[in-house]
Design a protein around this ligand. Sequence first.
Ligand code: SAM
Length: 446
Amino acid sequence: MSNARELALKAIYRINEEGAFSNLVLNELLNKSNLDQRDKALTTQLVYGSIRYRNSLDWVINHFSTRKVKKMTPWVRNALRLGVYQIDYLDKIPAPVAANETVEVAKEYCNRGAVKFINGNLRNIAQNIDSVEYPDLEENPVQHIRHCYSYPQWIVQRWVKRYGREETIEICQNLNQIPPTVVRTNTLKLTREELISNLEQEGAEAEAITKVGEAVNLSNYNSIASLKSFQRGEFFVQGLSSMLVAHVLEPTAHDLVIDLCAAPGGKSTHFAQVMNNQGQINAVDLHQQKLDLIQENCDRLGIENIDTYCGDGREITFEQQANKILVDAPCSGLGIIGKKPEIRWQKKPQDLQQLQELQLELLTNAAGLLQDGGELVYSTCTFTPEENQAVIEKFLAEFPQFSLVDLETEAQNLELTDYLNDGMIQILPDNKFLEGFFIAKLVKIS
Ligand SMILES: C[S@@+](CC[C@H](N)C(=O)[O-])C[C@H]1O[C@@H](n2cnc3c(N)ncnc32)[C@H](O)[C@@H]1O
């Protein structure tokens, strides 16, 4: 039977070596395991921590090891990362215990020579970790930030150029925090105060987040799915920045809305709430299994005004034009690295150009699906200018019948004026609830 460290090692291996997604791998492995809640929590912490701090862990390993991380076999380097993460970041686990337990797990996956190598290195690191030196911030800010805060070089270079040293460090630190669980009250069923009271009765802690009227910070729970209030469809797990989109599109009970990249339905189901389960929402996504998730969410939340369509948002057509459209485009996701730490290792600079092309193609199709006078909201969970402001600029240059709506009033109402630039909202990840996010609104002139 697998223990927490063995499951963690398997997950880290799949994420680092096979490009798997942390949340999916963890769900799969934990659901199949017999671990109790405490060990499940430890596995989760080991996986997210080892992925989040991979660069810093490799820096430490390379300092002590005669063979560099890149030259090690995959099981060896990932076992070392798992061990060093515990030694360096988890005060509650004594370093010799971390080393011993990791070596025991490595025996399942590595030959005797490799186990000896891991053992020797972990013991050396456990004793001498304080001697590790990092590149100097003044002399080499990019290398310093990259290794101390654990990000790839290309991302740090871009951020330092755009935001400067201090702000880059702040962004890196904010995205390294364990993100809070933010949930959206299902206002079709109850008020936020009622939800908070129900969650507290179940033993969880719940606190209203003032910026958005339906947002709740949820903590001290075992698993979301086991909460009765979740099963009754009283809330939906959704990041705070993502909730802002419905407050910018402001759909009403009379609207026909198209959500062109809809799964798993966070924003579509939010629209349905704001529309009081009336009007019509056409929710499109490329993948049928993801559309099934939207349907599941609708069933749980009691939502009846969403129809799902499997298709390519770049070419799908509808008989009737909509008066409101959302393009919540696939993007690099750098704004949600806090929740999905592997994004920083999986995305490459060359992805940005391809993503921009896809984003523009989605907007181009949306332009034809919208009525004259209708409104189009474009959003992403990233803060690269190529995927945000540049997409809007290029779109407006090609479609003169559209103009940008200044989001000043919305930014004021949502206390986001610091993030308003040229009428568009570009949120940088903060140290509380906000993830990196971009929102722009366009109107089709009749
Ligand atoms: C950022 S996510 C959408 C999140 C969703 N709006 C929500 O709030 O839950 C982007 C989605 O776009 C979908 N997608 C990617 N390419 C697409 C395309 N060409 N047409 C339609 N959907 C696409 C992905 O499957 C993914 O579910």
